[in-house]
Ligand binder design. Structure first.
Ligand SMILES: [Zn+2]
Length: 178
């Protein structure tokens, strides 16, 4: 995410993309070859990652369609909803390994949590009831996320949890040690 100083966050002229995306999909359908993929991920793997548009999770990890669940949000934060997805992933769809991916130059590093919430409250009249989950150090933030997974009573498989910071300048993953 790339938040601007105000809630508008706009950086120039905007025109909607959806019509072009639909045209792209017509071409995609013509060469579609994933008919036989199973519902459960082949590698029994779930990846939790930031939504940053510079990260193609499949590409950076050499994954194929059908290999893994990819759960994304702003920051790749382990929120209640991420836990919900992981619980379904593990209990119903057989995943046993979790890889966390945060990254350098994350939009959340530029957000002051209190100021941002005050700004939203001033504009909307309602203070957000959710945490923005801003942070300074992506390595520390990955440690925090690993800690949350280990603390959660709902996550069954915790033996294979590893966390990484992706460097957006060279594409390399740096493992976070506890
Ligand atoms: Zn990010």
């Amino acid at each position: 995410m790339t938040p601007g100083p105000s809630s508008s966050g706009s950086t120039g002229a905007f025109s909607p993309n959806t019509d072009e995306l639909l045209a792209n999909n017509v071409a995609y359908v013509e060469q579609f070859s994933d008919h036989d993929l199973a519902l459960a991920p082949r590698r029994h793997l779930a990846v939790v990652a930031c939504m940053d548009s510079r990260m193609d999770i499949f590409q950076m990890l050499g994954l194929d369609h059908g290999d893994a669940h990819i759960i994304r949000n702003a920051g790749g934060v382990v929120t209640d909803d991420v836990v919900r997805s992981l619980v379904l992933s593990q209990r119903l769809l057989g995943t046993q390994e979790i890889v966390l991916i945060h990254h350098t130059d994350c939009g959340l590093q530029r957000v002051n949590e209190d100021e941002f919430k005050r700004e939203i409250e001033a504009e909307c009249g309602i203070k957000p009831w959710w945490a923005v989950e801003s942070f300074r150090d992506p390595f520390e933030d990955v440690r925090q996320s690993i800690g949350r997974l280990h603390m959660s009573p709902f996550i069954v498989h915790k033996d294979h949890v590893r966390g990484f910071v992706y460097d957006v300048t060279d594409g390399r993953l740096h493992e976070v040690t506890r």
